[in-house]
Design a binder for this molecule. Structure first.
Ligand code: NAD
Length: 261
């Protein structure tokens, strides 16, 4: 099956974009696609060293932890100055958590919400003055099917993504008359280094991967490129009348009621 999404050309030339968590997985695929489509970029990541050096420069990577408000403000200001403004913000940095409410203590709840929810708030707050000056302002938040699906063993992660969904809708309402669109994508299980790490921790990673693929309605995981294509659509003027939506990229996981194979 061909899971590569063809690029429709350099239609984003002249636009500038900031992607958080852009050194890996969905964020990196998004940064690469935005660059291929002609946008000029800055990538914020707590660990940009995972990128090859040439790509670090090409994508304008800056080391920044989204839990550090001072660092966020300095990095967003530096990015906007270098790029000459900001049109697109992709709030993508996020971390996982497993377990029921009984399994994570307050400290763990604060740690995950600090990245997944407050991280988005901090970056958006710093980016808003720049987005207000743009003629094509768009914010795309990486949410998850966990926001709406009732997944077992994901209480904290699901709560964090539920907050991202609510935040997306509230931000869309607050900023619509300023010309800033706000949407989110809801990926299903996507083949990224994050999921690789989880599989590697299993007793038999290859058997676990096969079982995970078999549980997907499509029989395979979503690709990072497919999620990136949805993010870039919502970030681009092509979706100019779309705001306050959550676009599933989940291989049918949330919408279909299929019998298990
Ligand atoms: P990933 O681990 O491959 O990439 C995440 C990136 O975010 C990393 O480069 C990491 O360094 C960065 N990051 C993490 N915490 C940060 C912080 N505090 N400050 C700055 N950068 C930070 O993961 P991924 O699978 O590409 O996930 C990206 C987003 O997609 C997350 O928000 C995640 O919740 C969401 N998501 C992933 C899946 C999936 O199955 N992979 C499914 C649904 C939603």
């Amino acid at each position: 099956m061909n899971s590569e999404v063809p690029s429709p050309g350099r239609d984003l030339a002249g636009l500038t974009a900031l992607v958080t968590g852009g050194a890996s997985g969905i964020g990196l695929a998004t940064a690469r696609l935005l660059a291929a489509r002609g946008a000029r970029l800055a990538v914020l990541d707590r660990d940009p060293r995972v990128l090859p050096e040439a790509e670090r420069a090409e994508l304008g990577a800056l080391a920044c932890d989204v839990t550090d408000d001072e660092a966020v403000r300095a990095s967003v200001a530096a990015a906007a100055e270098r790029l000459g403004g900001l049109d697109i913000l992709v709030n993508n940095a996020g971390i996982g958590a497993q377990g029921t409410v009984a399994d994570n203590d307050d400290e763990e709840w604060r740690r995950v919400l600090d990245v997944n929810v407050l991280g988005m708030v901090r970056v958006t707050r710093a980016a808003l003055p720049h987005l207000r000056r743009s003629k094509a302002a768009a914010v795309v938040n990486t949410c998850s099917i966990a926001a709406t699906a009732g997944l077992p063993q994901r209480a904290l992660y699901s709560a964090s993504k539920g907050a991202v969904l609510a935040l997306t809708l509230a931000m869309a309402a607050d900023h619509i008359r300023e010309g800033i669109r706000v949407n989110c994508v809801n990926p299903g299980t996507a083949a990224t280094p994050w999921v690789d790490r989880l599989l590697q921790a299993a007793e038999d990673p290859e058997a676990e991967r096969a079982a995970l693929n078999a549980r997907q309605p499509l029989g395979r995981l979503v690709t990072a490129q497919e999620v990136a294509a949805a993010i870039v659509y919502l970030a681009s003027p092509a979706s100019g009348s779309t705001t306050g939506t959550a676009l599933p990229v989940d291989g049918g996981m949330a919408g279909l009621r299929l019998r298990p194979p």
